[in-house]
Design a protein around this ligand. Structure first.
Ligand code: 9WN
Length: 432
């Protein structure tokens, strides 16, 4: 596929997944509602087509923000078509939840980063200036929620559920999930499997039992973070979310300037970013050069080798080039393209076709590409960009790809894949 055709395909996917100009579902069938980090990244794609539409994407997501500041991981538009359905979360019983139906979890805080990218892509156009002014206080409340309610005591972001990491069944969570006994076994029916070609591309039933059991415990606790900190059985410092929050805090500082925020608030944001960066620095594993999650319940670092290990690169602490380009990631044997698999083939939990356990996810390549550019590593960033565009030219706008064959896996028309394709293509066209 030539760049023009690839762009046209990406545009078709975004417009095909657009719902009434209000929000973008991640994929028809598999994900029919609005997801938090998908929406933010998808807005970056919309920015290339229609700045006002990009702004609407973020506004519609933040319209469902809870009064405690959290941005829910799913905003339900209509109630059905997905499991867990809206009612499973029991948010109507929670005082800080909004009147619309949402989940009670969060996802990685890419929103300020995406908002700033909108500003850059649209060259600070009028409507984006308005968006920034309108969204800034909501973004501050969101970051404050994470820094105050989810801080592990060292500046790291604690998550209550693997879905909060966005990398749901990555081997990152195998150890803490194995300690959970989902009794009594929750009663539910999965809705995801008919939407993929083979069940192995999705998490297992054993993983789903734990996801649903944890969800039910969170709903029992009314998502009260203080209560959860005392007793919830899954509490992990997520090093990638921590790193994303560091760079998002940086973006929020720039947004604060555009919005004309008072300087004490700007100082507060800068202090958040420093504290988060210290937390990421402290998570470095000298043996592998990767940054590790930590089980907050046992205190133990979680040694899996996954894309989250590049938290140092994402947070702007060190480029991690040897590890990224070495034999455990982009330089692994027999890869279809020199792109980082989400889990290293050297990790015992690696499975090339299973969700976050090995496939290449265009969205994580995009995160690393963006971080490399910010770190001044233009050549490596360009190589990653070109490899990802080649891979998409063969596979289309798939949710994820088999790292060895390059075959498309999961949903075939995924919104954020299309969005990152547009962002990568725009960079490509300015370079060639
Ligand atoms: C659960 C929508 C979401 C992404 C996540 C991805 C997947 C949901 C699921 O799809 O998660 O939230 O049903 O598997 O893991 O990152 O936001 O694309």
């Amino acid at each position: 596929m030539e760049p023009a055709e690839l762009r046209a395909t990406a545009v078709d996917v975004l417009t095909g997944n657009d719902v009434e100009g209000r929000y973008t579902r991640p994929a028809a069938g598999l994900y029919p509602h609005q997801w938090s980090w998908d929406s933010a990244i998808t807005a970056v794609g919309w920015a290339y087509l229609d700045g006002a539409r990009a702004a609407t994407e973020l506004r519609s997501l933040f319209a469902a923000q809870w009064t405690d500041g959290r941005v829910p991981h799913i905003v339900y538009h209509g109630r059905g078509g997905y499991f867990p359905d809206a009612g499973r979360w029991r948010t109507a019983e929670v005082p800080s939840a909004p009147p619309v139906a949402t989940s009670g979890l969060v996802q990685p805080p890419v929103h300020a980063l995406a908002t700033w990218r909108l500003w850059e892509v649209t060259n600070g156009a009028f409507e984006i200036g308005d968006l920034i002014t309108a969204l800034y206080p909501a973004l501050v409340r969101w970051h404050r929620y994470l820094h105050e309610r989810r801080d592990d005591g060292r500046g790291g972001v604690v998550i209550w559920h693997p879905w909060e990491s966005g990398t749901d069944n990555a081997p990152r969570w195998d150890v803490p999930l194995a300690a959970i006994v989902p009794e009594p076994r929750p009663v539910y029916a999965r809705a995801d499997l008919p939407h993929v070609d083979e069940p192995g591309q999705r998490p297992t039933d054993a993983e789903y039992d734990r996801y649903v059991w944890l969800l039910d415990r969170l709903a029992d606790a009314r998502y009260d973070d203080r209560r959860l900190a005392d007793s919830h059985p899954f509490q992990v410092t997520d090093v990638l979310s921590t790193a994303i929050l560091v760079v998002a805090d940086g973006a929020l500082e720039r947004i604060a300037e555009v919005a004309g925020a008072p300087s004490p608030e700007r100082d507060e944001i800068a202090a958040w970013a420093r504290r988060g960066a210290d937390a990421v620095s402290g998570a470095r594993d000298a043996a592998t050069g990767l940054y590790l999650d930590r089980d907050y319940v046992t205190g133990a670092p979680l040694p899996s080798r996954t894309i989250a290990g590049f938290a140092g690169l994402v947070a702007g602490i060190e480029p991690q080039l040897d590890t990224l380009l070495g034999p455990d990631f982009c330089g692994a044997l027999d890869l279809a393209h020199p792109l980082p698999p989400t889990t290293s083939p050297a990790d015992p939990g690696f499975a090339p076709r299973s969700y976050w356990r090995g496939p290449v996810w265009p969205v994580t390549t995009w995160l690393l590409w963006d971080a490399l550019r910010r770190s001044g590593e233009a050549d490596v960033a360009a190589a990653l960009r070109d490899a990802q565009l080649d891979a998409l030219a063969n596979a289309g706008m798939a949710e994820y790809l088999d790292p060895f064959s390059g075959e498309p896996l999961g949903a075939s028309s995924q919104s954020w894949t299309a969005a990152v394709a547009l962002d990568l293509l725009a960079d490509h066209s300015t370079q060639v």
